[in-house]
Write a protein that binds this ligand. Structure first.
Ligand SMILES: Cc1cc2nc3c(=O)[nH]c(=O)nc-3n(C[C@H](O)[C@H](O)[C@H](O)COP(=O)(O)O)c2cc1C
Length: 176
């Protein structure tokens, strides 16, 4: 079995999961920005390991564009966000996916990290505004599951990455 892990990571957590997965499986590892569609032909297992930003999993466009070829392989998505790892988070991600891509591929999830000091300028502005808005609300009124963790982590660094989150995906990849 030959596999490739394609990752998109702005702040490092999705890349860390991709590296852990590569070490455990022996699969190749490649950043989404560097992958050429023709290279996929060499693999029978493909995993997109990507961060979640503003409700969406980065890189789904790539899967959508190559869905016909990827559906013939064992292809899965491992999403990395601040939301807790539970059904509600998976349902929210599926609901937010207007492209229909998540209906075509299995979705796995691991909790990521928050590195407030490293935020890029656009994200810093956006997150600052979001923090201001959420600070005025009771936590029971937050619209999405990740917002509670976001408010707890804002202004400091939090790291929830844990290789245990990879176990369900590893089991799925090993199925014949
Ligand atoms: C601008 C921005 C938006 C985010 N939106 C979400 C979100 O909608 N849901 C979520 O669970 N986490 C969200 N996060 C948290 C990231 O998913 C988390 O930091 C994750 O580790 C990102 O992966 P990366 O470290 O590989 O970039 C957001 C983070 C940033 C900076």
């Amino acid at each position: 079995m030959r596999g490739i892990i394609i990752y998109h990571s702005k702040y490092g957590a999705a890349k860390e999961y991709a590296q852990m997965l590569a070490a455990k499986t022996g699969f190749s590892l490649c950043a989404l920005a560097g992958i050429k569609a023709a290279e996929l032909a060499a693999y029978d297992r493909v995993v997109l390991c990507s961060g979640v930003y503003v409700g969406k999993i980065a890189g789904l466009k790539f899967l959508k564009r190559h869905a016909d070829a990827l559906r013939k392989k064992r292809t899965a998505i491992f999403a990395v966000g601040l939301s807790p790892a539970n059904e509600s988070t998976l349902e929210t991600l599926k609901k937010n996916d207007q492209s229909g891509t998540l209906a075509q591929f299995p979705l796995f999830y691991g909790q990521g990290a928050w590195k407030g000091a490293d935020l890029k300028a656009g994200d810093k502005l956006l997150c600052g505004m979001l923090h201001g808005m959420l600070a005025k609300k009771d936590p029971s009124q937050y619209e999405e599951p990740w917002m509670r963790t976001f408010m707890e982590c804002y202004g400091r660094s939090c790291d929830f990455t844990d290789e245990a989150y990879l176990a369900p995906l590893l089991a799925w990849l090993e199925r014949p």
